[in-house]
Every structure is written in structure tokens, then in C-alpha cells.
Design a protein around this ligand. Structure first.
Ligand code: AMP
Length: 583
């Protein structure tokens, strides 16, 4: 098959913005494509050579591409670079340059799809010494034999910027039309959602027809497209949508991970990138926590403070992504936990077709919770009040909100789909705490890991002058230098008390208690409601006090202040209300 058939189709697709027209052009192309080339034509249309999850990237540097054009045509590099400066699109430059060359020479061999594809495969595979030069020559050979319009798409493909504007959904439409009836669209999409490979779906259709799609099954090691959630604004609406009763889970704020466990373990992101190398501790922990043959499970990977075990803001986990080097160091510096929330496949059985509660049970039965692998916190209820309390508890624990999940018979795992089977409930505002507060340490929790034997976090309180009590607002573990931490037990030695000080109001039980004495300056992300803290308890909501989310010590010991000069509970309340007003 000639590559010109593809290039000409691309040209037509590029010239329209109408999805239906794009689909028609694609259908025409697919009808001309021999079955054994079907997958390759699809990948080329996506600007790829393999499905995303294989993690093979073309992405040749533009400089190298311009060089290959020089090599193919003999047109001086300076001229080519100038053209690039003018157009900023390697495709246009390549088309121009090749058009000029064609006026000079007469003979070249026509490009076939097979040759283009296998050349790109070779380019992607080549690594190490001399690779750049080798890639440049391969490209130059392609350009040498290409027509101007072919050169346009070859160049864009090489720098991984084909961008035809064709979405996966349009390709699925075209496949359904080419190989089946309109009503087969769902089957085609389902096959894609469980194998994440449009090329495979296309070739199967071309060789075996719609019925052949049944052969595409979930396989451990091949990522499944993620199920997504809808959003509603109130818990009333959510419960109503779910038929009056639902399961609620903590909505952890981190990176979604789909783990494929057999003899080895592979991790994929929500966008199907392979993350296996980046989270070695999760990989080994999963293997240990799992008690079966093989499985595909999903969870959220969340950063934690190793000394307190508390969750940290999700940005912290991004330090763990995209690393080629320094994985070990990053593992130490930014430790993570995985909270599992779904099981899609277990011991040879496809669980995606089973209702949620069955999948949840399978998850619980086949994993033991460990230091690093947990199962998401869940509450099944028909009460909005209970759900509201659960939400506050989740926020307080460092989560982003809660996720409601249907417990109906039809609550199957809908791969690749966004729907109301899962509904997220988050705060619909971004609030920031801009001011620091001055808080009083009233107790401490012993540290773990690197902080074993020292204090891991201090229990901090605001002052309530009406009651003359210190009311807790947060556990403070961040912002201390190692030096500070070493010194803390010594500093607090004189203020240790056997029991909770009578002027301290706390629902938490720290490992040691202090007489209120010092004042530390603290900055947090925002003020939230919490069932665990006593500051202004019951003033906003019956069963909740105020808490500071993600608190951090600024480094400032307020030696100029006595504990009664600390930020008051009333001030905290005021700050909370101001925050709500801004919303
Ligand atoms: P959003 O990204 O805001 O659309 O929310 C959906 C995301 O929440 C999912 O893709 C997961 O990464 C994440 N998530 C956190 N906790 C859960 C949970 N318990 N169940 C499902 N998804 C969760």
C-alpha cells in the first residue's frame, strides 16, 4: 500500500473541522487498507507506532529533523533553518524543501506504508552511541523518496506532533462504520476500553469482523482504560441519583495507579503511561500484600509524611514522576502509600462485569493491608448527615473529598467511561490561608522512620479566652529542620505532664502532654471542619471543630508571646467565615 494514500487522506482531514467529514475520509482510507496493514494505518493516523501504554516515543529533536532535510536535498541548512524560523512548523518546512528538490531530480522510489512504518520503528528503537546520526540518515532516506505532501506528515510524525485533530472516538466511529453496523459502535468501544489499543481493535475487525472482537479480553499487563466520575454539588443530589443509598469512599488526592500483578507487577497511570520503574516500593509491596495468582487493581498513590504517617498535598507525589535517575533518593525523600479502591480482574476472572460491592469484596479478600498498601476507607449510608460527617473526616485526613459509588446491581466497572455510577463530591471552592497563625503546642506524637525516638508531630492549639482553654486545631509535623527536631524533646522537657493539662481540650491522645507554654508561628493551606479537633467545636457544625489543613511551621518561635497571646478560637472562626465569603 502506498503511503501517499495516507498522506492524501490526512490532507483532507486537516482541511476540515467537521467530525462527520473526518470520519468519512477515514472510512474511505480504511476500505483501501489491506487487513494485515490495518493496525499500522491506525497507528500512523494517531501519529504513533504503538499503543501509548508501550511507552515508545518518537520525539526526534527538531534540529536533527532539519539536518535530515539538508541531507536529503542538499539545500543549505541555513536556508532550511530560516524557513523554520518563519513557519515554526516542521511539516510546512519539509513540504517546501521537498517541493524545491523535486524540481531538480526526477527519480525516486515511491514510499510504501510498510517502509514508512518500519523506518519509524527503527528510529524509535535505536539508542546509544551513534543513534542520532543513524536516525538522521533514516529520515533523510524517507524524505529523499517522498512527495511534498508526504514530507509534511513524515516530518510532523517524526517530532511527535502530527495533531490531525482526530480523536479516538472518531476513529472508533470510522471502525464501526467500516466493519459493522452503526449499532456495533458499543462493541467496538468496549473492545478498545479493555485493551487500550486501537490498532489491535482495527486489525481484529479487519481480519475477523465484529464477532472477532470477542477474542479481545482483559489481560494482565495490558492497561484497561480508566472509569471516570461525574460530579454533583450536593450530597442530597448524589444520594437521590444513587437511588437513596450509596457507598462513599475517601477521595484520596494523588496519582491514580492501575496495578497489574502476576509474577511481576506493572503500574500504569490514568493516561496509561507505564510507571513501574518510578514506584519500586509500591511494586514490591503489592506483590507481598496480594494473596492470589494474578490481578488488576486500582488505587490512588498518595504522598505521606513518614514521621507522622499523615497525608501530604498531592503536589509532593509529582516529584516521583518522570524520573530516569535518582529513583532511590526520591523514594526516601517522598514516600508514598497506595490506597486500593477497585479490583478489575482476579485469578483469571474478569470482574469489570460485576457490581461494585462484589468487586470491593474481592479486593478485601485478596489483599492484606500493609504499611504501604491500604484499602480505601468506606461508608455505606442513606443519610446525608452521615455522609457529610464522613466528608469532613476525609478532608481532615488530607483527602480531597469523597467519592460516591453506586451499589446497584448494574454498578459494573465502565472502562473508559464517565458516568453517574461514580460521583465525586469535593469542595467547590479553592480557599487559601494567607495569614499565619500563632499556636500553642499542647502535646506531641512520637516519630517514625527517620524521626524514631524523637517527636514526629506536635499537637497544636488555639486559645479560647471565653473558656480559658486551649483548643486543638492540627498536628504539626512539617517545616522543622533536622536540628529543630533534635532539640524539641530537650526544649519541652520542663513542660511535660503526665496527663492532659486541665486547660487543654482535646479529642486526640498524643504520646506526651505539655503544659501550654510556647507559641509557634504556623501557615496552613486552609481552615476546614474536623470531627477530631476542638477549636470552636460545634459553632459551625454540630459534630465538628475547626482544623488547619497541611500546617507548616514557619520557623518562627514567637518568644515575644505567652500562650494566652496565641491566635484565639474566635479569630479562627472569623478566618473560616472570611474564607467562606470569598467562596
Ligand atoms: P477527578 O480527577 O477529580 O475527576 O476525580 C477522579 C479521580 O479521583 C480518579 O481518577 C482517582 O484518581 C481519584 N480517586 C481518589 N480516591 C478514589 C476512590 N476512592 N475511588 C475512585 N477514585 C478515586
Amino acid at each position: 500500500m502506498l503511503y501517499s494514500a495516507i498522506a492524501e487522506t490526512f490532507e483532507r482531514i486537516e482541511a476540515t473541522t467537521k467530525r462527520l467529514e473526518m470520519t468519512d475520509y477515514l472510512v474511505e482510507l480504511l476500505r483501501k487498507t489491506p487487513p494485515e496493514l490495518m493496525d499500522k494505518v491506525i497507528y500512523l493516523t494517531q501519529g504513533k507506532i504503538y499503543p501509548d501504554y508501550m511507552g515508545v516515543e518518537l520525539g526526534i529533536a527538531e534540529k536533527l529533523l532539519l539536518k535530515s532535510l539538508y541531507k536529503a536535498t542538499g539545500i543549505p541548512e541555513s536556508e532550511i533553518e530560516e524557513l523554520y524560523m518563519r513557519h515554526g512548523d516542521v511539516g510546512i518546512v519539509a513540504e517546501n524543501v521537498i517541493a524545491r528538490k523535486k524540481q531538480m531530480s526526477l527519480f525516486s522510489e515511491e514510499l510504501t506504508v510498510e517502509r514508512v512504518y518500519s523506518t519509524f520503528e527503527e528510529i524509535a528503537r535505536k539508542e546509544g552511541k551513534g543513534a542520532q546520526d543513524f536516525k538522521m540518515k533514516l529520515l533523510a532516506n524517507l524524505f529523499h523518496d517522498s512527495k511534498p505532501v508526504e514530507a509534511r506528515y513524515l516530518a510532523r510524525m517524526a517530532v511527535a506532533r502530527l495533531r490531525l485533530g482526530i480523536a479516538d472516538m472518531t476513529i472508533l466511529d470510522a471502525l464501526a462504520i467500516s466493519f459493522g453496523e452503526k449499532s456495533d459502535r458499543d462493541k467496538v468501544e468496549r473492545a478498545y476500553n479493555i485493551c487500550s489499543d486501537l490498532g489491535l481493535v482495527a486489525r481484529t475487525l479487519a481480519q475477523k469482523g465484529i464477532d472477532g472482537l470477542k477474542e479481545i479480553k482483559i489481560r494482565v499487563g495490558i492497561p484497561i482504560r480508566a472509569m471516570l466520575a461525574e460530579r454533583l454539588r450536593t450530597l442530597e443530589e448524589i444520594l437521590e441519583k444513587m437511588g437513596g443509598k450509596a457507598a462513599f469512599e475517601y477521595k484520596y488526592d494523588g496519582i491514580r495507579i492501575q496495578a497489574h500483578i502476576s509474577e511481576d507487577v506493572r503500574l500504569f497511570s490514568r493516561h496509561l503511561e507505564n510507571l513501574t520503574e518510578q514506584f519500586p516500593e509500591i511494586t514490591s509491596a503489592l506483590r507481598r500484600a496480594f494473596m492470589g495468582e494474578d490481578a488488576i487493581v486500582e488505587g490512588e498513590c498518595v504522598p505521606i509524611d513518614p514521621s507522622t504517617g499523615e497525608m501530604l498535598p498531592f503536589q509532593v507525589v509529582s516529584h516521583r514522576r518522570g524520573r530516569k535517575y535518582g529513583v532511590e533518593e526520591a523514594m526516601e525523600e517522598f514516600p508514598v502509600l497506595l490506597f486500593l479502591f477497585d479490583a478489575l480482574y482476579l485469578n483469571g476472572e474478569d470482574l469489570t462485569v460485576r457490581p461494585y460491592l462484589e468487586r470491593r469484596k474481592a479486593l478485601k479478600d485478596s489483599f492484606t493491608e500493609t504499611e504501604r498498601i491500604r484499602i480505601s476507607t468506606i461508608l455505606i449510608t442513606d443519610s446525608t448527615e452521615e455522609a457529610e460527617r464522613f466528608f469532613n473526616q476525609a478532608i481532615d485526613a488530607g483527602c480531597e473529598g469523597i467519592m460516591a459509588k453506586s451499589i446497584a446491581e448494574d454498578s459494573v466497572y465502565r472502562a473508559g467511561a464517565r458516568g453517574f455510577t461514580w460521583i465525586k463530591y469535593k469542595k467547590d471552592y479553592k480557599s487559601e490561608m494567607t495569614d499565619t497563625v500563632d499556636l500553642v503546642p499542647v502535646g506531641a506524637f512520637m516519630g517514625r522512620g527517620r524521626r524514631a525516638g524523637k517527636y514526629g508531630a506536635l499537637l497544636m492549639a488555639a486559645y479560647n479566652p471565653d473558656r480559658d482553654m486551649f483548643e486543638t486545631v492540627c498536628k504539626l509535623g512539617s517545616g522543622f529542620t533536622d536540628e529543630d527536631l533534635d532539640k524539641l524533646p530537650e526544649i519541652f522537657k520542663r513542660y511535660l505532664t503526665e496527663e492532659r493539662h486541665p486547660r487543654v481540650d482535646s479529642k486526640m491522645e498524643p504520646d506526651v502532654w505539655f503544659v501550654p507554654n510556647f507559641v509557634l508561628e504556623v501557615l496552613g493551606a486552609e481552615i476546614t471542619l474536623s470531627p477530631n479537633h476542638t477549636c470552636a467545636y460545634g459553632q459551625i457544625k454540630k459534630d465538628a471543630g475547626l482544623a488547619i489543613r497541611f500546617p507548616r511551621f514557619t520557623g518562627n518561635w514567637r518568644d515575644d508571646r505567652g500562650p494566652e497571646d496565641a491566635t484565639t478560637s474566635q479569630e479562627m472562626l472569623h478566618m473560616y467565615e472570611m474564607q467562606r465569603k470569598v467562596e
